[in-house]
Design a protein around this ligand. Sequence first.
Ligand code: TRP
Ligand code: SF4
Length: 325
Amino acid sequence: METIVSGARPTGQLHLGHLHGALKNWVKLQDHYRCYFFVADWHALTTDYATPQGINQSTVEMVMDWLSVGLDPTKAVLFRQSRIKEHAELHLLYSMITPVPWLERNPTYKEQIKELTGKDLSTYGFLGYPVLQAADITIYKANKVPVGVDQAPHVELTREIVRRFNQVYKPIFPEPEVLLTETQKLPGLDGRKMSKSYGNAVFLSDAPKEIDQKISRMVTDPARARRTDPGEPEKCPAFQLHKVYSTPDEIAEVSAGCRSAGIGCLDCKKIMIRHVIDDLAPFREKRAQFESKPREVEEVLRAGNQMAQKQAAATMIEVRETLGL
Ligand code: TRP
Ligand code: SF4
């Protein structure tokens, strides 16, 4: 069975963007691969070193959501990066063979420096972030890494580091391949990308009433200022949710109604809101169970950490032997 590794920063409560961007995919993959999914808590420090306080809480919240949507600790190894010190050791050894220009030309690095202007990104840790990621992936000898396009350059860099390691020392690592997650792009309530920090997210744990209120206020095609103005569904962020959640018949019906001004935006949204609520209901129920038993989540992580550690330790014995250390 091939091995898959993927990680996510501890962002706390997860939203629809995470669900359709990664989680549903992970849940499918766990039946076909040996999967390692982890909380990348060290990675959180690469951009937010000054605020480590929330990491524990965010880790538990996120893993609760993972379990609620169906990630299954009997199928996949769920663990926390900072509990496996071997990642740090391999990161150190990789840092010796990684040319700085490889890191400086990383498109994600350049983009983040430009976009995250409020943060201090002039650190060694932020530049070396993909080297840590290379260690995360290869310490489990991953064959495939399911990520979105934004992370693809990091996996490419991982391949380059692995190639160099295998050449300079001994070929002990497989070159991992990107398994591109074709993300259905989900806009947030204000039409921008859904993100907790934008305050435009529908969370997996939101109550039906909250979901209803949030989506009822979601931006629509600005051309429909009045009920009698016709609109164009493709220019409407709420319609993107229809495309994910509604049936083909419903989509056809609201599209026609939008273009002819035969349906109001609120009635149009109501059709989709019902689906969102129904789809999230089982996750919410499961989450409530975990919330009443936080020990269970801790136990899942403890067991996962142990399994991951065993594999990571075995790889590091091989690595140390290879280098004669
Ligand atoms: N860099 C990823 C992110 O910010 C998280 C991550 C860390 C990761 N290590 C990884 C993803 C290894 C895939 C594989 O989202
Ligand atoms: Fe969007 Fe529906 Fe309103 Fe058209 S009718 S603008 S698709 S919410």
